[in-house]
Design a protein around this ligand. Structure first.
Ligand code: SF4
Ligand code: SF4
Length: 172
C-alpha cells in the first residue's frame, strides 16, 4: 500500500484553493470599526493600565512591601519604601511606597502584580490608550498611578463617543 501522506500536492489545486479563500472574502460585507468614535466593549477581565488605590480616609493602600515587584516577570516595577511617622503618615501600614514606578514599555499586562498584592492596592483597569511618543513617558510614577487615568482618545466627552451610533452620524 502506498503512503500518500507525504506525496507532493498538485500545485494547481493548491493555488486554486488559496485563491478560493481570497474570492470568498469578496462577497462578505467589510467590517469597519469607527475607532476612536466607537470602541468595542472589552471583556470584564481585560487587563489594561494599572491604578493604585487609597482607603476611604485618604491613606494609600500600598505599604511598600514590594511583593508586586517580586512577582513581576518583566521586572518593570520599582518600589522604594519609607517609614510612616506621626508627622507624615502616608499609608495605613508601618511603611509606604516613597517611590512607586511602573515601566509600561516593559509591562506584559499579565496581572501578577495585582494577584501578589495583599492589600488590593494595585489593580489593572481597562484603559488601553496609553501609547506615547517617548519611552520616558511610559514610566508611570506613583502620582500618575494614584490619579484617574487621563482619557487620551478622544479628547472630547467620552459619553458622546462610547456609543454604538457615533456622534458624528447623528449630528451632521
Ligand atoms: S502586569 Fe505583569 S508585567 Fe505588568 S507590572 Fe504587573 S506583574 Fe509586571
Ligand atoms: S502595590 Fe501591593 S504588593 Fe506592591 S508594594 Fe504596594 S502593597 Fe506591596
Amino acid at each position: 500500500m502506498t503512503d500518500r501522506s507525504h506525496s507532493p500536492r498538485n500545485p494547481i489545486v493548491g493555488t486554486a484553493q488559496g485563491f478560493g479563500v481570497t474570492f470568498k472574502q469578496i462577497f462578505k460585507k467589510p467590517i469597519t470599526q469607527q475607532y476612536p468614535e466607537y470602541k468595542r466593549p472589552l471583556y470584564p477581565r481585560w487587563r489594561g493600565r494599572h491604578r493604585l488605590w487609597r482607603h476611604e480616609n485618604g491613606l494609600e493602600k500600598c505599604v511598600g512591601c514590594s511583593l508586586c515587584a517580586a512577582a513581576c516577570p518583566a521586572d518593570c516595577i520599582r518600589v522604594v519604601p519609607a517609614e510612616n511617622t506621626p508627622d507624615n503618615r502616608v499609608s495605613a501600614g508601618e511603611r509606604y511606597a516613597r517611590i512607586y514606578e511602573i515601566n509600561m514599555s516593559r509591562c506584559i499586562f499579565c496581572g501578577y502584580c495585582e494577584l501578589a498584592c495583599p492589600f488590593d492596592a494595585i489593580t489593572l483597569g481597562n484603559e488601553f490608550e496609553i501609547s506615547e511618543y517617548a519611552r520616558d513617558d511610559l514610566i508611570y510614577t506613583k502620582d500618575m498611578l494614584l490619579a484617574e487615568p487621563i482619557k487620551q482618545v478622544p479628547v472630547a466627552d467620552p459619553e458622546l463617543y462610547d456609543t454604538p451610533i457615533p456622534y458624528y452620524k447623528t449630528h451632521s
